[in-house]
Design a protein around this ligand. Structure first.
Ligand code: SAH
Length: 272
């Protein structure tokens, strides 16, 4: 692991001290690029071994499992999703380290431990617990498509939105190379408006952080559904927010809880 990468607190409790450690799924792009250059050999080959065998991937999952705090079904999906297919070949040797990596267009692929944690929060929602599946999922921020691939192994249907056309196109190509039980539906658009035509959703997960939870996401969250999104919280910077759509006696309400401090790329408006 590079010196720039940070681990999140073992307790997963809200961290409030000024020296708090952050979940940093999108490590600073500059640092990620510097690390990539350091690890790439001058002749263009990269360090690392056995990338195609799956053994390296199994070791990554074994390391996450040893931490004892991740959902086993999520780990099984990550054991099946070839993360190296979603990063540039020059970075493939690092694909199974617990680190964020640049994916072009100024964005990064999330750290595996962050993906495991967020999808674990989704799996712990009332609907997912009842059905053993994430059901219909909306992902905001497709990026390179890796998390969409993991989601496809845990859900009935995945819709993933990306505002950068270059990344939307890249994710499409990446996902075509990977065998999945059902292909995610990829949308080029502003994810802040959600995707009503594909909803309502049992699970919504955002890979970019905004000032608040867009109203459209709440409207498109099905009863019993759960949303996980990095969001600004008063006095705490960005935290992971979990929102449950609870229905009791025929009346729906949204129950919000705030989790640990995180640092995701910003949720931006418009498409590029
Ligand atoms: N899940 C991705 C992580 C991508 S990083 C992966 O596995 O690689 C977050 C992504 O959110 C970036 O690609 C960024 O362009 C995108 N994003 C930011 N604001 C957005 C918005 N309003 N709608 C859709 N995508 C957005």
């Amino acid at each position: 692991m590079s010196s720039g990468a940070k681990r999140f607190p073992a307790s997963l409790k809200a961290a409030t001290s000024p020296q708090r450690e952050l979940l940093m799924p999108q490590r600073h792009l500059h640092q990620a690029t510097v690390d990539a250059a350091r690890l790439a050999r001058p002749n263009g080959k990269t360090t690392g071994t056995g990338l195609d065998s799956g053994a390296v991937r199994q070791r990554m999952v074994a390391r996450l499992r040893a931490e004892g705090k991740f959902d086993e079904r999520v780990l099984a999906a990550m054991a099946a999703a070839p993360r190296h297919e979603f990063v540039d070949s020059a970075l493939a040797a690092q694909a199974y380290e617990d680190t964020a990596l640049p994916i072009g267009h100024g964005q990064t692929i999330s750290k595996p431990s962050v993906v495991a944690h967020m999808l674990g929060l989704l799996m712990a929602g009332a609907g997912a617990r009842r059905h053993g599946s994430l059901g219909r999922v909306l992902e905001i921020g497709t990026g390179c498509g890796y998390q969409a691939a993991v989601l496809a192994l845990l859900a009935r249907q995945v819709t993933s939105i990306e505002r950068l056309q270059g990344l939307h196109d890249k994710a499409k190509l990446n996902l075509q190379r990977v065998a999945l039980p059902r292909a995610p539906r990829l949308v080029w658009g502003d994810g802040r408006v959600g995707h009503a035509a594909s909803g309502p959703f049992d699970s919504i997960v955002a890979a970019a952080g905004g000032e608040d939870i867009p109203h459209a996401w709440m409207e498109q969250l099905a009863p019993g559904g759960r949303l996980v999104a990095p969001t600004a919280a008063a006095g705490r910077g960005q935290v992971l927010v979990v929102l449950d759509h609870v229905v009791e006696g025929g009346v729906g309400r949204w129950v919000r809880s705030e989790h640990e401090a995180v640092l995701f790329v910003p949720l931006k408006s418009g498409v590029v």
